[in-house]
Design a protein around this ligand. Structure first.
Ligand SMILES: Cc1cc2nc3c(=O)[nH]c(=O)nc-3n(C[C@H](O)[C@H](O)[C@H](O)COP(=O)(O)OP(=O)(O)OC[C@H]3O[C@@H](n4cnc5c(N)ncnc54)[C@H](O)[C@@H]3O)c2cc1C
Length: 482
């Protein structure tokens, strides 16, 4: 081994040590702390990691740092998974994870150690144009607008704030892990039932179904999950950041820092966990053997993978049933600054299928492109269209909600996370009754298979949750191989 290799191992060892130590010291969660011990020496061990998203890459780095031989298998021809910078579009918009903040301590530490620079994002424009019930309304005019069909007690609340308006005053969750406590399972009910009980009007329910946090709809999501999101939002981020040059640069650097090369275009179709080891089968006929396996596939994808022996009970149910939020984005390039024509803010919140419209700006504040962001039922509607139908529909819809866009914008790319075969959705959430039903069983090791991925984390959001899960899973395997 080269001196450089030794240095890197030592350095990654420090990441592993400090990361796992942070878990032990900093996290109260029983589930995490129990699996986070750091063994001093280990038996020669091999691990196959399925998925080169953040959770897979970070698991691989942590395990390699302890001398474990790791093979990472990835279905796509790129690493990063749900981190995906559209490098060929103006301004390099993010199709996956958009941003993070100073609360993402694991991510910031990792980026610093790997010398991946992060920087503050241009803040989102504060000014917002609403387009509701066929009318364009500036937020200061909302309470008196004839487009406002909310109940009297709700009229002063701008629609993007309605969910928070109903959740915040009654949120019983004291910290980021409290949502997993049986004390709160009485709230594991349909979110729309909760809202109705609070007196939300039918129009408020309709508007709350536009981009309802990270869920598909109020009807299909657990109120307890919504309270969890609200609890987290109560500590506003001070600095919104991204990776310089695009968020994909982080997973790329993580992959480059591994001893082993990530094997791309390896679509895993079956996993066998035997007494002495695991065997992994890919669609191209290749097979891989190892002592243990880390599976980071979203459950939306894992449900199509054969597992032998099959998962059982609540864990099997979780893999089959856990819902994923459907998101479809239409990335639009701007040929002329249409906002100068109509004088309205660029950023829009609408009850149309396009739901949210927001700009990407470069460091000088110049608009590079727009993203139209559809969620849940709206995304499903777009996903059902052919490419040609979608183009016509989006152009007509933009013209309807924002006439000044006509002739001034062009569709550059459509990204559908719901129809992406290796994601089948943007992120996991819980349906009513599922937190009580299987949350604590989802990530339990099954023979020699260990589960990581954002859906298995407890305390952290988004990208940070993928890293949280990697720390847990590395801890689980390390304790087996001492
Ligand atoms: C639109 C969108 C916006 C987001 N915005 C934010 C944000 O602003 N901030 C934030 O913190 N988080 C955000 N997130 C969430 C964040 O991107 C994810 O939580 C995180 O990237 C998930 O990492 P992961 O490793 O758990 O999963 P993934 O990144 O999905 O990794 C799983 C990997 O498995 C691979 N795979 C799938 N099937 C197979 C197979 N059969 N065989 C082999 N490999 C396979 C996939 O290709 C993928 O690379 C966003 C996500 C999306 C989609």
């Amino acid at each position: 081994m080269t001196t450089r290799g030794l240095n890197r191992r030592k350095f990654l060892g420090r990441i592993a040590q400090s990361a796992l130590a942070t878990v032990v010291v900093g996290r109260a969660s029983r589930q995490i702390a129990a699996s986070a011990s750091i063994p001093a020496s280990i038996k020669p061990t091999s691990v196959v990691v399925i998925g080169a998203g953040l959770s897979g890459l970070y698991s691989a780095l942590l395990l390699e740092a302890k001398g474990i031989s790791v093979t990472v298998l990835e279905a796509r021809d790129r690493v990063g998974g749900r981190i995906y910078t559209l490098d060929d579009l103006p301004g390099k918009p993010e199709a996956g994870a958009q941003s993070f903040s100073e609360t993402y301590q694991r991510l910031l530490t990792l980026a610093e150690k790997l010398k991946v620079p992060v920087k503050p994002l241009q803040p989102l424009d504060r000014a917002l144009l609403l387009h509701i019930n066929g009318q364009s309304v500036l937020t200061p005019d909302w309470s008196t607008s004839s487009a406002n069909q909310l109940a009297e007690s709700e009229r002063s609340i701008v629609p993007p704030r309605l969910l928070t308006h109903y959740l915040r005053p009654n949120n019983p969750l004291e910290d980021t892990t409290a949502w997993t406590s049986p004390t709160h399972f009485d709230l594991d009910i349909p979110l729309d039932d909760y809202m109705l009980a609070q007196g939300a009007s039918p129009e408020a329910l309709r508007l709350m179904n536009v981009y309802p946090f990270s869920m598909n709809s109020l009807e299909t999501a657990s109120a307890l999950w919504a309270f969890k999101n609200d609890q987290r939002a109560q500590t506003p981020s001070k600095t919104i950041m991204h990776v310089k040059g695009g968020n994909s640069r982080l997973p790329e650097q993580m992959a480059a820092s591994l001893n082993s090369v990530v094997q791309t275009k390896k679509v895993v179709t079956a996993i066998r966990s035997q007494e002495t080891g695991v065997e992994v089968y890919c669609s191209d006929g290749s097979t891989f053997q190892a002592d243990y396996l880390v599976c980071t596939l979203p459950f939306s994808v894992l449900r199509q993978v054969e597992i032998d022996p099959p998962l059982e009970g609540a864990q099997a149910e979780a893999v089959q049933e856990l819902p994923y939020t459907i998101i479809t984005q239409v990335h639009v390039s701007v040929t002329n600054p249409f906002w100068e024509e109509d004088g309205y803010p660029i950023r829009m919140w609408t009850d149309s299928v396009l739901e949210l419209v927001f700009p990407h700006k470069d460091a000088s504040g110049k608009v590079q492109s727009l993203t139209c962001w559809a969620n849940g039922a709206s995304a499903k509607k777009l996903d059902a269209m052919s490419e040609q139908e979608l183009g016509q529909f989006v152009n007509a819809e933009l013209k309807r909600i924002r006439p000044a866009t006509e002739g001034n914008v062009e569709i550059a790319r459509v990204v559908s996370w719901g129809s992406d075969p290796y994601a089948q959705g943007a992120y996991a959430h819980f349906a009513p009754g599922q937190i009580r039903g299987f949350q604590d069983k989802m990530a339990k090791p099954w023979n020699r298979i260990h589960f990581a991925g954002e859906h298995t984390a407890i305390a952290s959001p988004g990208i940070e949750s993928a890293l949280e899960s990697a720390e847990r899973v590395a801890g689980e395997i390390l304790t087996r191989v001492v």
